[in-house]
Design a protein. Structure first.
Length: 107
């Protein structure tokens, strides 16, 4: 099997699995009752997973440390989001700051 066929097969398998999970959730959603504690735990688990992915993407590029410019940009973006600035402002300021720090030689 060629490399390209393997990638296409993997994408198709992931798409089929995603569809199956969504369909099962639709069909079983009304039949399955969860306690309030279990529902809260599932919501917290999703948030924790997203936070972990964001932290890894912030601090690492591949297997190496991404440098100090990216975490600084993310910290500024988090601060601006906390201050409820518009999303476009958050993105542009964080990107400009990160690019400026890299231009100054801070990796």
């Amino acid at each position: 099997m060629s490399h390209q066929a393997l990638i296409i097969s993997g994408i198709a398998l992931l798409a089929l699995g995603t569809y199956a999970f969504r369909f099962a959730g639709f069909k079983l959603g009304g039949r399955l009752t969860l306690s309030a504690n279990a529902t809260a735990l599932l919501a917290d688990a999703a948030t924790t997973l997203l936070l972990a992915v964001a932290a890894i993407a912030t601090f690492y590029q591949g297997e190496d440390f991404a440098g100090f410019a990216r975490p600084t940009g993310v910290a500024v973006a988090a601060f601006l989001a906390w201050r409820k600035r518009p999303l476009i402002v958050v993105i542009l300021v964080a990107a400009a700051l990160t690019a400026g720090l890299r231009l100054l030689g801070l990796k």
